[in-house]
Ligand binder design. Structure first.
Ligand code: AMP
Length: 299
């Protein structure tokens, strides 16, 4: 089954202690779409400017991503730049240039409106609402977010939480949203805001799921070398949604496995700048990492 993904489609300029790379293919939707494409057909909703390199459209095509919902608008593509500190866990945003995102209104092609799986990747919550308004009864809606929206669009985000099945956020966002330091309690509090399940991402320490079935802890795939973690969170949720769309049976019984697949695709993302390592992954490689992770966590 198809996954509809809306989010940012960006050019990212990234600086790490070891290297600097300008204008890479980035954005929450790009990372999530490529990650999901290993498991299921993907429909992309976003906007890019006339400066968006053809080679990046080609990359979407390589992953068989349906681009009917990708608008090409006059102006510049959304550009984000960030810099990592030595330990690679701390990141500073250097600049955000909205470009064509400033006037973006997501318009869903008719064929997308019946998509059974919907991922509202990180983008302004108002736009996430706008996509949901155009959908007919999806089977599963999951939303991701970032600290910026907690700071400047909290009422919209709180309204969104009442419309989604699952909500994914990172640990500092979970603490900020709930004013609760303990992540298990924070997840419980977020349930009370609406979503049936909540996933708190903890970077290299994996992710916590809190759902009706209780808690589940998904490990991160251990990496000795991290080149660029930008987009790991988006790859996690993209991989997870892709797997859910491909799996048979009730969603709740596939969720744990889906998180493990999400962790694995995220590990590829960290091994290269932008999407370079993710796009080189293969389904066989993903399965090999899954078996390794199973061995490492069985007891
Ligand atoms: P992550 O590393 O998972 O937090 O995601 C990084 C991605 O988020 C980058 O590829 C950026 O292009 C994208 N991004 C950064 N700021 C924003 C924003 N304000 N809205 C949407 N996407 C953003």
């Amino acid at each position: 089954m198809s996954v509809l993904i809306v989010g940012s489609t960006a050019l990212d300029s990234i600086k790490t202690p070891k290297a600097q790379n300008p204008r890479l293919l980035g954005g929450s939707a790009s990372h999530a779409a490529i990650a999901a494409s290993f498991f299921a057909p993907v429909r992309l909703v976003g906007v890019v400017g006339e400066d968006f390199p053809k080679a990046y459209l080609q990359l979407y095509r390589k992953h068989k991503i349906d681009m009917e919902g990708l608008q090409i608008a006059p102006g510049k593509t959304f550009h984000w730049s960030g810099e990592y500190e030595v330990n690679m866990n701390n990141r500073r945003t250097l600049a955000t240039e909205l470009g064509v995102f400033e006037t973006f209104t997501p318009r869903l092609p008719a064929a997308y409106q019946d998509s059974p799986f919907v991922l509202l990747a990180n983008i302004a919550p108002g736009l996430q609402h706008h996509v949901l308004d155009q959908m007919r009864r999806p089977r599963l809606v999951v939303a991701d977010t970032m600290d910026l929206w907690l700071n400047i669009a909290l009422p919209d985000l709180l309204k969104l939480l009442r419309r989604v099945d699952g909500f994914v956020l990172n640990e500092s966002e979970a603490r900020q949203l709930t004013q609760e330091d303990n992540l298990f309690r924070a997840a419980k509090k977020i349930h009370q805001l609406g979503p049936k399940f909540v996933i708190v991402k903890k970077g290299e320490h994996g992710a916590i799921l809190s759902s009706r079935g209780g808690l589940f802890l998904a490990p991160a795939f251990p990496l000795e070398k991290v080149v660029d973690p930008t987009g790991a969170g988006d790859s996690f949720v993209g991989g997870m949604m892709g797997y859910l769309a491909s799996a048979k049976g009730p969603i709740e019984s596939n969720l744990h496995r889906a998180m493990v697949y999400g962790s694995i695709v995220a590990s590829y993302c960290c091994e290269g700048f932008g999407v370079t390592a993710t796009t080189r992954a293969t389904r066989a490689g993903i399965e090999k990492r899954r078996r390794t992770l199973e061995k490492l966590t069985r007891f």
